[in-house]
Structure formats: C-alpha cells, structure tokens
Design a protein around this ligand. Structure first.
Ligand code: GLC
Length: 555
C-alpha cells in the first residue's frame, strides 16, 4: 500500500492519482452514543471505506477545541478532543487505516488558534508589548482613546476582524486580529517561534504515522506589515496585492514545510486549501518545492454547464500542469452546500456555492441527483486526484431547513441571524434503519448533534447498498474501474469533438468519457463500448441529458 511505512516505489507519488475521502468526524459515525461522531465510530466504519475503494481519508480537525468554529478553533494541536476519543484511539485508527490500505491525512490550522490556546491566554495575561503578545497580531485602536479598530478589515464570518481586549488591570486595551471568529485569533507568522512550533506539530503527527496534512486557509498566513485599510477590496477571493490573502511571503512557509515532509520515508504530503480565483496564482502553491496539491475550487464553483465545466477543467490542467502538479478535483466539502442541491437549481444563474445562495431558488432534487451522478463520473475520469466529501456517495442533499436553534455556524450569529451558514452540509450520515439517528448513533440517542431529516432512510448506506443501481454502487464501481484502468488517475486528456452542450475527452490508453448536458441525446462514436454510465442510455444507445458515460475507445 502506498502510505507511510511502505517501501513500495509507487508510494512516493500515490497522491498524484489518489481518491481521498473527507471525514467530517463529528458527523461520520458515533461509537460512544453521545450523538457526536468520534474516532471509535470511524474505526468501526473503516471496512466501509475500504470497500468503497478510496485510497486515503482526510479527517477534519479532531483536536481539543471549544468548537466555536467546528473545531477550526484549536486549543491544543498535539492532543485529541475528549469528544472524539484519546491519543491511543488516534494512533490505533492510523494503524488500522494503514492495515486496510488507507492513507490518513489530518487537518492543520496555521492561520489562527483558539482563544483558549495556552499561547493566547498567556498573551492576554502578559499585557501590551510582551513577547507573548508578539505571537498574535495585537495593535492599539484608532480614535482618541483607542476605541476604534486598528483598520477596516472584516471577518469572513461577518462583522469586524478585530476585538478589543481588557488588559490585566481591567482597562479596555489593545485589539487583536481575527480574520475568522473572535475565538480564532490570527497568529503572527513573522515571529520565528510560530514557524518553529508548526514544524514541531507537523513532526508530532508524522511521527505517529500521519501521511500528510490538509492546510486550512493556506493563503492567509502572512499580513502586510503596516496592515493598511482594505477599502472596497473585501472578499474571500483575493485581488492582486491584497494585504492578507495570498501574499508572496506565504510561499516561504510552504518551502520550509516541504523540507520537513521530505525528511520522512516515504515523504509526507500536503493539500492546501486556498480559495484563489486565479489558476496562475494558485499554481504557485504547488511548485515543485512547495505543496504537493491544492484543492481546485474553480471546478467546485463551476455551474453544471458544458462551457463552464470545460473551461474550469482546461484552465486548471494548464496552470497546474505548467508547474508539474496534478489537479485535485472536488465537488463538495464541509464549507459549501452539497452539490446535489446546488445542481438542483437552474444552472444559468448560478450565484455561488453556499446554502444562502440557493435559498429561495426553486429546486428539482431529482435533477440534482441525476447531475450529481453524472458529475461524479466526469470528475473521476479527469487527470489527477479527487477528494470526495462524506455522504456525496449517498447523494445526500443539503439540509436547507435545520431549526434555527440548532444552527452552530458562527456565520449565523455574526450575521445577526441572517446568513444560515454551513450546518446543512454537516448533518450526520445515515447508515441504516427507518428513523433517526439511522445507525449513526445508538438508537437511544434520539437526535444526533444536528437533526437528520426523517426522509434520509432513502439515502442510508444500507438502503443504497441493496440497490444495484444506486449512487453508492455507482461510486463503488467507478472507483474500482478507476483504480485498475491504466488510463485513469494522473496523466493528461485530449478533448474530442462534441456538440456544444456535451463534453467528450480521451485518455490514453483506450479510454473516453462523454457527458451530455443537453436534452437532445448524444450519439456515441461507432463501435464505442460502454464501460459504465451514470444512468441508462436511450433505447438507441445514445447518452441522455445529464448523463456521463465511460467508454473503451480505440482512438
Ligand atoms: C477553512 C475551513 C472552515 C473554517 C475556516 C477557518 O475555510 O474549511 O471550515 O471555518 O477555514 O478556520
């Protein structure tokens, strides 16, 4: 198996083709019956993942955390949250995953800590001008008495990016920067102790067998020294020369991290989360001495239309290919509305990938599921690596109507209850049975931490496993074919001629993929043999609307 501990030569570039399954641990499987997913639950479901046919898992943060932002507010990077288990459980999980042939990627959050992290508590206690405060970004306020924030930056979750503290003597004092929630103070990456600390954290987990890390907001670490006002340049996607997104100096951090990862045998790997619109800027993160991969959000954000998908694929392959990196394709994750629901909307006026962009727009969930099946085969045929978000293999839709008193996303509170945020894609997985908690927790739990819709028995693993035509069995078959077919995974593609509302491409040796987005059925080339189709072909063997086929091709 191509994971840490293996001496197989393939081990060194397994990540170029890998299919990685994202585990949002609080919602995957609950082993101790408290309504929250945990490591025990995940361990019990490893056979499911091995059977699904993925190569590795990425586990969202499992560290001690007050959970102000779903665990992205980390209080201790070298421990496990009691809610999820113990360090022994974590080590056992890594070992068992490897035994099952699965690599294990963890999540590292270098931009900020929790406000309960020992460093931040020490910084508050030590007062202005102290070495402890240097670890974060503290500044005096503006205005006659420092009562206004130091600049006009906004938090991604709404409101100001600065919070004023009370000094140890009780008086209102300095302000600290938090690009996300106030419970997530930004670290100062100009302080050498920060780099040192993160080198050590990487080693801590690599020494315990982790095969790599997903890097949280990889493009945010460095801030322009003088912290200038933003004016109208606000947004998660950076403009050029933005004072806190995608600054050139961030690449020094990743060159350093790459040296740490490369000092292991086999080398450990990174995937960066960088919401960068410009494929050329994005490709800088995956230059040969930096990160191995970054998520391709250009693809995630493309509407279900031939022109948009083709453009996203072409641009991404060109820019990443120019620096020798494979593209990482992804349709969903724990931050965006599930794609079965995004694709259920009219695709001509796509306004964004968040739940709040979808609300109020009519949904056809049947069409969404059909497109999700077609999109899965399209994505799995593309050159490079793929990340699947737990539940997409079950065709789960976004839960758009969670009761307001159950919403936990900081966006909800920070927007004064106007933006619902990301809980709807984080609802616990339905495994079996006719009623909540659908085998996610023990039955006496009643409702898990987020309530599941009663209709989810139709989406449970047990229901779908028993149906040969289900989306789950489609993913299983596709992943098995992808693993064994010499044309799939890393490599290149060649576009084939196709009508305007269809995409067709060839991969060597002997493979082609066709997706029809139009209502007119797409005729296949003479003699093409169908390996797999996301839905049945027409009586005449043509590809109907919103369907992808994999073909054995001779040209
Ligand atoms: C990333 C995470 C997201 C989190 C944010 C702040 O975007 O994926 O869930 O809220 O970073 O850490």
């Amino acid at each position: 198996m191509s994971v840490a501990g293996s001496s197989d030569a393939r081990a060194h570039d397994w990540w170029r083709s890998a299919v990685v399954y994202q585990i949002y641990i609080r919602s995957f499987a609950d082993g101790d019956g408290d309504g929250n997913g945990d490591i025990a639950g995940l361990r019990s479901r490893l056979p499911y993942l091995a059977e699904l046919g993925v190569d590795a898992i990425w586990i969202n943060p499992w560290y001690p955390s007050p959970m102000a932002d779903g665990g992205y507010d980390v209080a201790d990077f070298r421990a496990i949250a009691p809610m999820f288990g113990t360090m022994d459980d974590a080590e056992a999980l890594i070992h068992e995953a490897h035994e099952a042939g699965l690599g294990v990627l963890l999540d590292i959050v270098p931009n900020h800590t929790s406000d309960q992290h020992a460093w931040f508590r020490a910084a508050l206690a030590a007062g202005p001008g102290s070495a402890e405060r240097q670890r974060y970004i503290f500044r005096p306020g503006r205005g006659a008495n420092g009562e206004e924030p130091p600049n006009d930056w906004h938090s991604v979750f709404g409101g100001e990016a600065w919070t004023q503290v009370k000094e140890p003597d009780g008086r209102p004092g300095e302000w600290y920067l938090h690009l996300f929630a106030p419970e997530q103070p930004d670290l100062n990456w100009n302080d050498p102790r920060t780099s040192q600390e993160f080198d050590d954290i990487l080693r801590f987990w690599f020494d315990r067998g982790a095969d790599g890390f997903r890097i949280d907001v990889a493009h945010s670490l460095i801030k322009q020294d003088d912290l200038p006002d933003l004016g109208d340049r606000f947004g998660l996607l950076p403009s050029l020369d933005h004072p806190h997104w995608d600054r050139d100096e961030v690449h020094d951090v990743y060159r350093r991290w790459r040296r740490v990862a490369d000092s292991y045998d086999p080398p450990r790997i990174f995937v960066g989360e960088a919401w960068i619109d410009d494929p050329e800027r994005m490709a800088r993160y995956v230059r040969p001495d930096e990160l191995h991969t970054t998520f391709n959000f250009v693809f995630l954000e493309a509407p279900w239309r031939a022109d948009a998908m083709r453009d996203a694929v072409t641009r991404s392959l060109a820019e990443q290919g120019a620096v020798g990196a494979p593209v990482v394709w992804v349709l969903s994750n724990h931050d965006v509305a599930r794609h079965a629901s995004r694709f259920a909307r009219d695709q001509r006026d796509v306004a964004g990938s968040n739940l709040d962009d979808l609300l109020g727009r009519p949904a056809d969930l049947g069409a969404g599921l059909r497109r999700a099946r077609a999109a899965a085969l399209l994505m799995l045929a593309l050159p490079g690596s793929v990340y699947l978000y737990q539940g997409e293999e079950l065709g789960l839709p976004e839960v758009e109507d969670l009761p307001e008193d159950r919403l936990t996303d900081p966006t909800w509170r920070r927007s004064r209850q106007t933006v619902r945020g990301r809980d709807g894609c984080r609802v616990p997985i339905p495994w079996s049975g006719d009623a909540p908690p659908f085998g996610f927790s023990s039955d006496d739990v009643g409702s898990p931490w987020l309530p599941q819709p009663p209709s989810w028995s139709d989406h449970s693993v047990a229901t779908l496993a028993a149906d040969p035509d289900s989306i789950l069995n489609l993913y299983r078959t596709a992943l098995r074919l992808r693993r064994h077919h010499p044309a799939l995974g890393d490599g290149t593609l060649r576009w084939l001629e196709a009508p305007g509302d269809a995409l067709m491409f060839a991969r060597q040796p002997g493979f082609a993929c066709a997706t029809n987005f139009a209502s007119t059925p797409l005729e296949l080339p003479d003699g093409a043999r169908v390996l797999l189709a996301s839905d049945p072909l027409t009586a005449h063997g043509a590809v109907p609307r919103d369907t992808t086929v994999w073909l054995e091709a001779t040209h």
